[in-house]
Design a protein around this ligand. Structure first.
Ligand code: CA
Length: 434
C-alpha cells in the first residue's frame, strides 16, 4: 500500500507562444492525512477550455473547482460512483451556464482526472487531454482521445497515426456543450514503485512526441521535467496553451488484498500455516474408526467417541469451506472495477543512439543561439554537457541523458528569451526524434 505522503508531484501551465489567454486549468487535491488517503486518495486534474477567450477559461475553471469538490462529497460511495457523479454534475453546471448567455453558447472543456488510492490509479476522462503512465521503459496512454481522429480510427480498427489527413483538433466529446455526456472511467491500475503519471493538455502532445515525453519524465525530477516539456513545446512554436502535471509514486509495499500464496510463510501466524481443517477431518476419521471398533467389540465409550468424531468431521468440513472462500476472495479483483486498458504504448527506453541524438540536437541549438549572438549561461550548459559526456563514457546512459536534458533546458531558456515571436525551431526536434 502506498503511504499517503509517498508521492512527489509538480505542475506547470503556460500560455504558449501564439495565444493571448491560457484556457487550460488544473487542480491538485492531495489527501491531508492517512485517514483521507484511505477514504479519498489524491486527486489530480487537467482541463482545457473551449470557446471564445473568456468562455473557455471559465469552463476549465468551473471544471477544476467543481470536480474535486463533488468527488470529495461522494467519496464514501466509492471511486467509480464519486468520479462519475463529479463529472456528470459538473457537466450540468457548465451546460446550464452556457445556456444563460448567448456569448457562452458552446462553452466546453476537456477534463482528465487521475485519482490515486490505496488500491491503485483511477482515470476519469472526457476530451483529448491525456493521462499517461511511464513504467519500465514504456510510456502508456491510459486515456482514449475523444477526437474525430481517434473515433474514426476505432471504427476502422486502425491506428490514429494512419489518419494523418484528418484535423487532430476536432473533439467529439467534452464537458458542457450537451446536457448529458458519457464519461470514461477506468481503474484501478495497480501501483508499482517508481510509477510515473503525467496529465497534460494537447498543447504538449501536439508538438512533443510520446517517446520524448517518456524519456524526459523518466530522467528528470517532476518539476524539472515539467519545465523542459513546456520549453520544448514552445520551441516548436507553442501553438496552444500547455499544461503538464507529473506525479511520481514512491516505494509501494505489497497490497493488503494480495493473494495468500504471495505472502511470505514467515509472516503467517501458526494457525494460518496449519492445515487445521484437514487435521480435523483426519481426527474425525480416526475417532469414527475407533468408535466402530469399540461398538463392534461391545466395549464402553463407543457412543461418546462417535459424537466426537462427528464434531471433528463437521469442523473440518466447515473449515475447508471457510478457507476456500477466503482464498477465492483474496485472489478476486475488488468488486468495483472497470476494465484495465492501455490505449497506446511506446518505448521510451534510453539507448546509446538516442543519447547521441539528444547530444546532437543540443549542439544544433547551441550553434543557432551563438549564430544569433544571443546570451546564454554557457558555463552552466558546458558543465552539464561535460558531466553528460563523462557519464556516457562510463555507460551510465540514464544519467548522461539527464545531464543533456539539463543542458538543453539552459539553452531553451535563452532561446525563449530572445527568439522572435512565432519562430519555430524545427531542426532541433527533427534531429531529436528521427
Ligand atoms: Ca488546447
Amino acid at each position: 500500500m502506498v503511504c499517503y505522503e509517498n508521492i512527489e508531484y509538480a505542475s506547470l501551465s503556460d500560455v504558449g507562444v501564439r495565444r493571448s489567454h491560457n484556457q487550460d486549468a488544473y487542480a491538485i487535491v492531495p489527501a491531508g492525512d492517512a485517514e483521507q488517503w484511505q477514504s479519498r486518495g489524491h486527486l489530480f486534474l487537467v482541463a482545457d477550455g473551449m470557446g471564445a477567450h473568456a468562455v473557455g477559461e471559465l469552463a476549465s475553471k468551473l471544471a477544476v473547482d467543481a470536480i474535486p469538490h463533488i468527488y470529495a462529497k461522494h467519496a464514501q460511495e466509492g471511486p467509480l460512483v464519486a468520479l462519475r457523479r463529479s463529472f456528470l454534475e459538473t457537466n450540468v453546471t457548465i451546460h446550464t451556464r452556457g445556456q444563460q448567455n448567448r456569448d457562452f453558447q458552446g462553452m466546453g472543456t476537456t477534463a482528465t482526472a487521475l485519482l490515486l488510492r490505496p488500491e491503485g490509479a483511477w482515470i476519469a476522462h472526457v476530451g483529448d487531454s491525456r493521462a499517461y503512465r511511464v513504467r519500465a521503459g514504456s510510456i502508456e496512454q491510459l486515456s482514449f482521445d475523444h477526437s474525430l481522429v481517434w473515433e474514426l480510427a476505432r471504427r476502422q480498427h486502425i491506428s490514429p497515426n494512419e489518419l494523418q489527413h484528418i484535423p487532430s483538433n476536432v473533439i467529439v466529446r467534452s464537458l458542457g456543450p450537451e446536457p448529458l455526456v458519457q464519461i470514461d472511467i477506468e481503474g484501478p491500475h495497480p501501483l508499482e514503485s517508481g510509477d510515473l503519471f503525467l496529465l497534460c493538455s494537447d498543447g504538449l502532445t501536439g508538438p512533443v512526441s510520446d517517446r520524448e515525453i517518456g524519456v524526459i519524465v523518466s530522467v528528470l525530477p517532476p518539476a524539472e521535467a515539467c519545465r523542459l516539456l513546456v520549453d520544448l513545446a514552445n520551441l516548436q512554436g507553442g501553438p496552444d496553451n500547455i499544461t503538464v502535471l507529473i506525479v511520481r509514486v514512491g516505494e509501494v509495499a505489497p497490497r493488503s488484498g494480495a493473494p495468500r500464496a504471495a505472502a511470505s510463510p514467515a509472516s503467517a501466524t501458526w494457525y494460518e500455516r496449519l492445515p487445521w481443517p484437514l487435521l480435523a477431518l483426519f481426527l474425525g476419521i480416526v475417532l469414527a474408526l475407533g468408535a466402530i471398533a469399540l461398538t463392534y467389540n461391545d466395549w464402553p465409550g463407543g457412543m461418546p467417541m462417535f459424537l466426537l468424531a462427528t464434531i471433528a468431521l463437521v469442523c473440518g468440513m466447515v473449515g475447508l469451506l471457510v478457507q476456500s472462500h477466503a482464498d477465492k476472495s483474496a485472489t478476486e479483483p475488488p468488486p468495483e472495477m472497470s476494465p484495465l486498458r492501455v490505449h497506446r504504448r511506446e518505448t521510451c527506453a534510453i539507448d546509446l543512439p538516442y543519447v547521441q541524438r539528444i547530444a546532437k540536437a543540443l549542439s544544433t541549438l547551441e550553434t543557432r543561439i551563438r549564430e544569433q549572438g544571443w546570451e546564454a549561461s554557457w558555463s552552466e550548459c558546458r558543465r552539464h554537457e561535460e558531466e553528460a559526456e563523462r557519464r556516457q563514457k562510463s555507460g551510465e546512459l540514464t544519467a548522461a541523458c539527464r545531464e543533456y536534458c539539463r543542458a538543453m533546458h539552459v539553452l531553451t531558456e535563452a532561446y525563449e528569451r530572445y527568439r522572435p515571436r512565432g519562430e519555430i525551431f524545427k531542426p532541433l526536434w527533427e534531429t531529436m526524434v528521427k
